[in-house]
Design a protein around this ligand. Structure first.
Ligand SMILES: *Cc1c(COP(=O)(O)O)cnc(C)c1O
Length: 445
């Protein structure tokens, strides 16, 4: 049996103990919980998470980047309650329902380009699997079965199922499972932290695009698609890059006849300052993968949107030409209603404009961080901020997380990168707490 910290009240420690005995927590070395207690959350409101002991924590990373409009948002709650009394879920083969149709129509209108059909799944990684399979299958239907390789960006993250992990390039998640994965070439990242001294972010992005073109020119006959995280490479530590790379990537994919697959699972729905990251380069992908913020972080829901050209290739009398892929909860009605409520908030509250004002305020009060002697590479893109802490401590991330909890902040650094990705409803007073708490943490580490 695992020993736990008994300085906490009985009900809390009881729940921690039960969780450690019954739940296998994600992305966690369970043994570390001998030293670090789990936080039992009993409720949430806005940016705040409340634990069983009456403490509250500012959710500065939107509960793994999913939450947009706060926990227990009244508008989204009401939509789910209303839907619950109608139909919670029905299989989407042979059946349809208003929420999934309305959501698909609205997504068509707001996404870049003309992405005519929406294919739904539950998690981001499943959306990636769908995009990869569809892209390959499209080329197969076009008589080009040899186009069955994918390329992605160095340092990209696309999820942790085997197909998604194959196109991911983050060693800590990938290395162990390498024997199970398909080979995938990773082209140089445009992340400006890799620029030469004196080289601008834009020049570096152009140089990375030239490397992409060289690889594609030599290998395009075997390549089905190029998958990338537009503008911000999240899991690798919020690497940011210039939108010109996306423009060049779009041109190169057109020139050499390969699909451009945009993984906007993390960056979609306003995270980078525009509704979609692709908007900043004024490009449209052939496949767009969305999840996380799609329904404000409420319920598992992901979607792959694609062009009419792709859709039409599958449209045939032969069943074998169809995309015979499914997940049990495809198009879940509750999750779609939550997504519709989320899109309502975007429209009614003019969220993209409101976020610009919030981002400007946070940048203003973050000056002591930008000039802090322990910090390098302070950067911001829309509603994402990140910086590296100069430290040799291999346990920095875990220690910083614990120090954050003492300041009532939920921060979960990626290696030595501290980042903020708060719910959009964060107010100025809460931003003040975020910055002052982070400065305190830096003093203690
Ligand atoms: C989180 C994430 C995924 C995977 O989504 P899950 O819902 O966790 O499976 C894929 N791509 C990107 C860019 C992500 O941030």
């Amino acid at each position: 049996m695992t020993k736990i910290n008994h300085n906490t009240p009985l009900s809390t420690s009881h729940l921690q103990q039960r969780s450690l005995e019954a739940v296998w927590h994600p992305c966690t070395q369970m043994k570390q919980h001998e030293a670090f207690p789990l936080i039992p959350v009993v409720s949430g409101k806005g940016v705040w998470l409340h634990d069983a002991d009456g403490n509250r924590y500012l959710d500065a990373i939107s509960s793994w980047w999913v939450n947009l409009f706060g926990h227990s948002n009244p508008h989204i709650n009401a939509a789910i309650r209303d839907q619950l009394d109608k139909i919670e879920h029905v299989m989407l083969a042979g059946f349809t329902h208003e929420p999934v149709v309305a959501l698909s129509e609205r997504l068509q209108k707001i996404t870049p380009g003309t992405l005519g059909h929406c294919f739904y799944a539950s998690d981001g990684a499943s959306a990636i699997e769908i995009a990869l399979k569809m892209s390959f299958h499209y080329w197969l239907l076009c008589g080009q079965p040899q186009k069955n390789h994918f390329i992605s960006l160095q340092n990209d993250y696309h999820g942790e199922t085997l197909g998604a992990l194959s196109v991911t390039d983050v060693a800590i998640f990938k290395q162990t499972y390498a024997p199970l994965l398909r080979q995938c070439a990773h082209v140089p990242t445009p992340d400006w932290r890799y620029a030469e001294p004196g080289e601008s972010a834009q020049d570096y992005a152009i140089r990375a695009a030239a490397a992409l073109e060289q690889y594609v020119a030599e290998n395009h006959s075997q390549i089905a698609g190029f998958i990338l995280e537009p503008l911000v490479q999240g899991a690798t530590g919020m690497g940011m890059y210039h939108p010109i790379y996306l423009q060049r990537a779009r041109e190169i994919c057109n020139r050499y006849q390969i699909h451009l697959i945009a993984d906007e699972i993390a960056v979609g729905f306003g995270r980078t300052g525009t509704l979609f990251a692709c908007n900043q380069a004024d490009i449209a992908p052939d496949f767009l993968c969305l999840a996380k913020g799609l329904n404000g972080g409420y319920l598992p829901l992901s979607v792959v949107m694609t062009t009419d050209t792709v859709f039409q290739a599958f449209y045939d009398d032969k069943i074998a030409h169809a995309f015979l892929h499914s997940h049990s909860h495809t198009g879940n009605a509750l999750a779609c209603r939550a997504a519709l409520a989320t899109l309502d908030i975007f429209e009614q509250d003019q969220v993209i404009d409101a976020n610009k004002i919030k981002a400007a305020y946070l940048n203003k009060i973050a000056v002591p961080l930008t000039t802090h002697p322990k910090i390098i590479n302070f950067r911001n893109c829309g509603m994402i901020w990140a910086f590296e802490v100069k430290t040799d401590d291999p346990d920095f991330s875990a220690k910083c997380f614990q120090a954050g909890l003492k300041q009532r902040l939920l921060l979960r650094p990626l290696d030595t990168t501290i980042y903020f990705m708060p719910p959009y409803i964060i107010n100025e007073q809460e931003m003040d707490l975020l910055i002052s708490g982070t400065l305190q943490i830096l003093d203690t580490l």
